[in-house]
Design a protein around this ligand. Structure first.
Ligand SMILES: Nc1ncnc2c1ncn2[C@@H]1O[C@H](COP(=O)(O)OP(=O)(O)OP(=O)(O)O)[C@@H](O)[C@H]1O
Length: 263
């Protein structure tokens, strides 16, 4: 089922290998007043990779997502998406249209609207809420919504006002709102926060399914969840990359143990 939804190749896909970077950050610096939130940060994420970013509070994880999505402008450095798109001068809307979707930690669904209506709005991000609700969906768009409802286990709740969903269902709906837009790169901030064990297990399985067809960058504190999903982990500390590698490798790193994992 996911195959038909997530294999809409872009023209350049056939020239890409999974080792090619979908996102490259080089020497990014971000300063708030005189505080250095990111310092000379360089990071590369491969096509189809599932990357986890971990690190203590204040390490710069949210700021990292903010500069990728255009919410915050870096003072210096370059951000290259899909090998030749320079994100540094683009607006958040342009970046989203280029294929980068972001899910914030707190669900931000339209609570008065039904589950399906939320997905319809997400499909037509370029229109206002009411215009998009009145606009007719194509058959293909309806199919895509149905597939996402099924994938996120929301089919039987499709007519319910979203405000009546559980916290986990709202998180799933928001992930669905990203998926209907078919992003190439998904940025997810603590997607497992507040989920039940069963929901966490399902979301881990879902992310593993999405990886390969999408690239994912997941910021997460729950090490059990990171262990289940991550191929490769980046540890941030004080706005810099402290370590990178498999979870086992970074867990064995003395500096990572000192500043984040504890002894
Ligand atoms: N707009 C801002 N103005 C001033 N300082 C900021 C601003 N945004 C972030 N900071 C500071 O930058 C540092 C990095 O913050 P950031 O939110 O990116 O960290 P984080 O790793 O996401 O932390 P957490 O795990 O607590 O969410 C923090 O010390 C924070 O106080």
């Amino acid at each position: 089922m996911t195959d038909s939804l997530f294999t809409q190749p872009q023209l350049q896909d056939r020239y890409r290998e999974t080792t090619d970077p979908v996102l490259q950050l080089e020497k990014i610096n971000v300063t708030f007043d005189s505080f250095r939130a990111l310092t000379d940060l360089s990071l590369s994420i491969g096509v189809g990779e599932l990357r986890c970013v971990i690190g203590p509070n204040g390490a710069g994880k949210t700021t990292l997502m903010d500069i990728i999505t255009g919410k915050t402008r870096p003072d210096s450095g370059t951000i290259t998406y899909d090998q030749n798109i320079d994100l540094t001068g683009m607006s958040p809307v342009e970046i989203s249209r280029a294929g980068i979707g972001r899910k914030f930690q707190k669900p931000t669904v339209f609570e008065a609207l039904s589950v399906t209506e939320n997905l319809e709005i997400a499909l037509k991000m370029d229109k206002s809420v009411w215009t998009s609700l009145r606009a007719r969906l194509s058959g293909e768009q309806r199919d895509r919504i149905d597939e996402v409802l099924l994938l996120l286990r929301l089919t039987e709740h499709r007519q319910r006002p979203s405000g009546l969903l559980s916290h986990g269902q709202k998180q799933f709906l928001e992930i669905g709102m990203l998926l209907v837009q078919e992003p190439h790169l998904l940025l997810l901030d603590e997607p497992a926060a507040g989920l039940t064990d069963a929901e966490t297990e399902y979301i881990a399985e879902l992310f593993r399914t999405l990886a390969g067809k999408h690239s994912l960058m997941v910021v997460e504190h729950d090490m059990g969840f990171v262990e289940t999903i991550a191929d490769y982990v980046t540890v941030l500390h004080q706005g810099q990359v402290l370590a990178e590698g498999s979870l086992r490798e970074v867990q064995a790193n003395e500096q990572v143990i000192d500043v984040y994992l504890g002894r």
